[in-house]
Ligand binder design. Sequence first.
Ligand code: SF4
Length: 439
Amino acid sequence: MKNYKIVTLGCKVNHFESEAIDQYLKNAEWHDAEPEGKADVVIINTCTVTQKASMQSRQTIRQAIRSNPNARIMVTGCYAQTGTKEIKKIKGVHDIIGSALKHRIPQSILSSPESKRPDSPVIIVPDINREQLFKQTPVGISSKRTRPFLKIQDGCNAFCSYCVVPYARGRSRSMTAEDVLEKIKLLSDSGYKETVLTGVHLGCYGKDFSSGIKSLYSLLKRIEESGTINRVRLSSIEPHELTTEIIDLVASSSILCHHFHIPLQSGDDQILEMMNRPYKAERFRELVLQIRKSIPKAAIGVDVLIGFPGESEEAFDSTYELIKELPVTYLHVFPFSPRKETPAFRYPNQVNNAVVKKRCKKMRELGKLKKKKFLQQSVGKTTEILIEEKPDKKSGLLKGISDNYIIVLLDGSRYLKNTIVKVRIDKVFDDNSVMGILH
Ligand code: SF4
């Protein structure tokens, strides 16, 4: 009996791809190695979005080699694509496989499961810029998650001046609408109640097609009409791509979750221009107000990037004040990380680390307050939550998620797992956890 381990770093897209590899190997009667046990093959699906992510990817590879001295060590993902030379220096790696060939890993394992300790790794990292087709591991659908991700788009054409992703994942390419609808139906038939549509740049969905469904809006409309699954949630969508027609569709939909996650990055127009982000702060302001007007209960999450080169105290304050005044419901705050592949690496006026830390802290505090306010407004209201398979780690209680992204704890039977139940929001605790009562 052969067994394997997959270690995944990074985003939802990476996690989706790892799950597809996992399922393929399971279908071929390979088994998950015990957490502390030795594996025959270890796949490390790396990330490089920040310097820290690249460092963690290297650490994870070394750790895997130490813990599995006889395993075939296969490294793939975004850092394998951009940091091939660094990975090559790590003794004990068998294969380095570029982002575009990740989907072929399972077949490669099945065709040559044995591997001697290599003098140097086999490197298969083709030029990602040539990739034009959406590729996927050829398997059905299954996930350890209650709310599985579904990757419908890969790559990005935007080249924001700080972002390494286009160099790691290539140009935008999409799954056909027919395939998306089929996968959603498969998920629903397998008992899943919700799926999270993910992509590297979701708003670019379909722009690579010359006919058929060529936009995210048209795809969402088809999904809505098909009515095959209880819930569909969007992962992040750029401010300039979140159109009025998408907002109106979500507002009137019984399937599309009332939840938007929008990468703002900065509320200062000059910084946005330096970032190569094609919108102004005013557009973001109008957008958030429009969402709130159309969907009063919507969750509106926002990504903010702190400490971009040239971010003065005034520029930071503009971002802070913009978010403070708007009905944003939670924040994801990231410090700027200089990536040598990107133009921003060479920009003057890099911001001192201590200043970045201080600004991040201030912004995260604002995020907590925003969240508390949103959660408190929900107290006494009734909502539907999808109960997760895994209970809450801290309390051991059941944990469910509403369509507007409120995580509700519930004292109830484990038979409620993977069902949608009605609860009344009872209480918000100091740590922003929320208690509900079955309705
Ligand atoms: S839109 Fe910008 S930040 Fe997002 S993946 Fe593309 S380049 Fe990176």
